[in-house]
Design a binder for this molecule. Structure first.
Ligand SMILES: Nc1ncnc2c1ncn2[C@@H]1O[C@H](COP(=O)(O)OP(=O)(O)OP(=O)(O)O)[C@@H](O)[C@H]1O
Ligand SMILES: [Mg+2]
Length: 202
C-alpha cells in the first residue's frame, strides 16, 4: 500500500504551493480542484447531472459549467450549494480513487482536498491529514494579491469553509504558512523525510 496524505487548508492558505514543493521532492500529487475543473468542462462527466438539477441556465453555450454564474448562486443559496456538492463530491471521489489505483511507483501520495473537513469519505481514503494553516489576515492579503477579489468576498468564502479550529483538530501534521517561501520549503522538506520513513514502515 502507498502512503496517502490528505492536504487541506482554507482558501489561499497555500495548498497548491505546498503541493508543488512536495512534487519537487518526488511525491505524487492528486489535486481535487483540477478534477472538479475537468468534470465541469464542456463534455465533462458532471454536466448531465448539473443540467438535470439546475437547468441550462448555469451552463455556457458550449455546455461547460458557467463558473461565475454558479459561484454567484451558491454564495447566496445554501440549498443550491449542497445540491451542487451532492453531484460533485461522489464524482470527484471516484476520479481520485481511479487516479490512486493507477499509482504504484511513487514513494507517497499527496492528495489536495480543500473539502476534506466536510467529507468523511475523503478522510477514509487517506492515512494522514496535513493542514496548511495561516492567519486569516494572511489569507485575505494573499488571495486579494492573487485574484483581485475584495476583502469582503474573501471573508465570505472563509465563512463558508470549515472553521480554522475544526481543521486543526483533524490534523496529524501542520504547516504554518505566515512566513515567507523559504520557511515553507523548510517545513515541507522535514515532512518529506518523515513521510518517506513512514512509507518504508508500512
Ligand atoms: N509563504 C508564502 N509567501 C508568500 N506568498 C505565498 C506563500 N504561500 C503562498 N503564497 C501565495 O499565496 C497565494 C495563495 O497560495 P496558494 O494558491 O498555494 O493557496 P491555496 O490554498 O492553493 O488556495 P486555493 O484555496 O484558492 O486553492 C498564491 O498566490 C501563492 O503564490
Ligand atoms: Mg489551490
Amino acid at each position: 500500500m502507498t502512503l496517502c496524505i490528505g492536504l487541506t487548508g482554507g482558501i489561499g492558505c497555500g495548498k497548491s504551493t505546498v503541493a508543488g514543493l512536495f512534487a519537487e521532492h518526488g511525491a505524487a500529487i492528486i489535486d481535487t480542484d483540477t478534477i472538479a475543473h475537468r468534470l465541469t468542462q464542456a463534455g465533462g462527466a458532471a454536466i448531465p447531472e448539473i443540467r438535470k438539477a439546475f437547468g441550462n441556465d448555469y451552463l455556457t453555450a458550449d455546455d461547460a459549467l458557467d463558473r461565475a454564474k454558479m459561484r454567484g448562486l451558491v454564495f447566496s443559496d445554501m440549498a443550491a450549494k449542497h445540491r451542487l456538492e451532492k453531484i460533485m463530491h461522489p464524482l470527484i471521489l471516484g476520479q481520485a480513487k481511479a487516479q490512486l489505483q493507477r499509482m504504484h511507483s511513487e514513494p507517497y501520495i499527496i492528495i489536495v482536498v480543500p473539502l476534506l473537513p466536510d467529507s468523511p469519505s475523503f478522510r477514509q481514503l487517506v492515512q494522514r491529514i496535513l493542514v496548511v494553516d495561516c492567519e486569516s489576515s494572511t489569507q485575505i492579503e494573499r488571495v486579494i494579491a492573487r485574484s483581485g477579489m475584495t476583502a469582503p468576498e474573501v471573508l465570505a468564502i472563509i465563512a463558508q469553509q470549515a472553521p480554522r479550529t475544526e481543521r486543526l483538530q483533524l490534523a496529524d501534521d501542520v504547516i504554518h504558512n505566515d512566513a515567507g517561501l523559504p520557511r515553507l520549503a523548510e517545513q515541507v522538506a522535514i515532512l518529506h523525510g518523515r513521510y518517506l520513513a513512514m512509507q518504508n514502515n508500512i
